[in-house]
Unconditional design. Structure first.
Length: 484
């Protein structure tokens, strides 16, 4: 056990500590599925696993609560696997190395997995804590939320019986979420040929690093830089004035994370090298000044290389770089229905040379308005299609329309107000929760989403605020006792 297992509420933290020891990358949840099954069998809890890998555990009502309606507690098993480039870590094998840093729990150079490990821990704690009082409880743990909502899409027939669902995947204590954005991924594939790298050129490696990154939905309005965009801007300038020839480009990893790092290898005409180096230094100063408030640690470095073997053909290079510069990124529109909420956005998530003469560019679009989601998707597609790329879209997922009249919402607000003496905020979130898909399969569900405070999710800066975990737990316990 690590130091976090001694925190309160002890049952929640002990279970979360155990979860951090189990590798659980998206689409490779076999070990955490085994952990959940072993947990259920150890504690004599009824469980069911569907063909997709989702698990539902059921616990009967505690004495005196037999007449209460069944409540579903829901969290996802998988975690985003991001690490700093200088950290050696195998997410398929290594346990997360947690540490207490003042008021926060963090990981050593990797994502913490509190998204949504702490939600899983709270649901499991309800099932085994002898002090927990509740009506019938179903705990649903879904697979692959982070990279495709696969578990929610593939939820087996008849897996759920409850009328109310509490999603445990929110990141702001004191806020109750009652709606979320829908989303879709847009993937553009460029074809290219290579040429022998030209002589009389000086070659360099550009690195954009130490960006804040974060969640491509919940953090998209915070003005953070996109490493792919920054690298593409320098390449565009180099093409205009210095005959730049691109050899390779790699940036970002996950479709739902704002990219933190990117690099490019390229050459400029030898006789223009000194002038290019001056322009690079000025460019670095300009970009740092542009993002001085949101990206205080932003680094741009340029290292000269002896040579490279090949570069992209000129037409493919122009198409790629112009598309990366031209494609929209960030907030497209703010909500007119809920002030302060992002309505529509897009994230240029990753650029990968995948071999076989292909470059794959992945982006994600989100909106709480279905027609706006379709429009921004077409906007992104149009830029890539004009550049000659082949463009495909994922199936996408629906948003979750707010229901301010929900009984579950009323009870949750009442419990929060009575427990803490203040009114909670009621919000929608510009991120994809699984709730929209649950509502499609079970139209009668009433839902809310709650959680403790997390920051820096989907990045190695992910951290969980210790003091908010008991508040999260107490609110959940109160709602389970109060709902009728």
């Amino acid at each position: 056990m690590s130091a976090i297992a001694s925190l309160e509420p002890k049952t929640v933290w002990e279970i979360f500590d155990a979860i951090t020891q189990v590798p659980r990358p998206s689409k490779r949840e076999g070990k955490i599925i085994d952990f959940l099954i072993a947990f259920a069998e150890k504690h004599g809890i009824e469980y069911r696993k569907d063909a997709t890998g989702n698990i539902v555990m059921r616990k009967p009502a505690t004495p005196g609560y037999e007449s209460r309606p069944a409540v579903i507690l829901q969290a996802h098993m998988d975690m985003v696997c991001e690490k700093n480039s200088d950290v050696e870590f195998d997410f398929d094998e290594d346990p997360i190395r947690t540490r207490i840093d003042g008021e926060w729990v963090k990981a050593e150079g990797t994502t913490l997995g509190a998204d949504d490990g702490i939600g899983m821990a709270a649901a499991l704690a309800v099932l085994v804590d002898p002090a927990s009082e509740h009506g019938p409880v179903e705990a649903l743990f879904t697979v692959d939320e982070e990279t495709g909502l696969t578990g929610a899409f593939g939820l087996g027939e008849g897996m759920l019986e409850g009328k109310y669902l509490i999603n445990l995947d929110s990141e702001d204590e004191g806020e109750i979420f009652i709606g979320c954005a829908g989303g879709v991924d847009t993937v553009a594939t460029f074809r290219y040929a290579t040429e022998e790298a030209p002589k009389n050129y000086a070659y360099f490696r550009l690195d954009v690093s130490d960006l804040v990154g974060g969640h491509s939905g919940d953090d998209i309005d915070k003005g953070r830089a996109n490493s792919n965009k920054i690298a593409a801007r320098l390449l565009w300038e180099g093409m205009q004035s210095f005959g730049l020839r691109l050899s390779c480009f790699d940036g970002g990893n996950l479709r739902n994370a704002i990219p933190r790092e990117a690099y490019a290898v390229f050459g400029v005409r030898e006789h223009a090298k000194d002038e290019f180096l001056k322009r690079f230094r000025l460019f670095a100063e300009e970009v740092k000044a542009e993002f001085k408030f949101s990206e205080p640690k932003l680094e741009l470095s340029l290292v000269e290389l002896p040579s490279v073997d090949t570069v992209l053909d000129a037409a493919s290079q122009r198409a790629l770089v112009y598309a990366l510069v031209g494609v929209p990124n960030g907030v497209i529109a703010m909500s007119q229905a809920m002030p302060g909420l992002v309505e529509t956005s897009t994230n240029l998530a990753s650029v990968k040379f995948v071999g076989d003469g292909r470059i794959v560019v992945t982006s994600s679009q989100r909106s709480s308005v279905e027609s706006a989601k379709t429009y921004v998707m077409r906007m992104v597609e149009s830029v890539f299609a004009l550049a000659g790329a082949d463009v495909v879209h994922s199936d996408g997922y629906p948003g979750w329309a707010p229901d301010p009249q929900s009984k579950l919402l009323a009870v949750t607000k009442e419990c929060y107000r009575e427990r803490f003496g203040v009114e909670p905020k009621v919000r929608a979130i510009h991120a994809g929760l699984e709730c929209g898909l649950f509502l499609e399969k079970y139209p009668g569900l009433e839902m809310v989403s709650i959680g403790p405070t997390l920051r820096g999710v989907h990045s190695p800066d992910e951290r969980l605020e210790i003091a908010t975990v008991p508040k999260f737990w107490n609110l959940l316990s109160d709602v389970l006792k109060r709902i009728r």
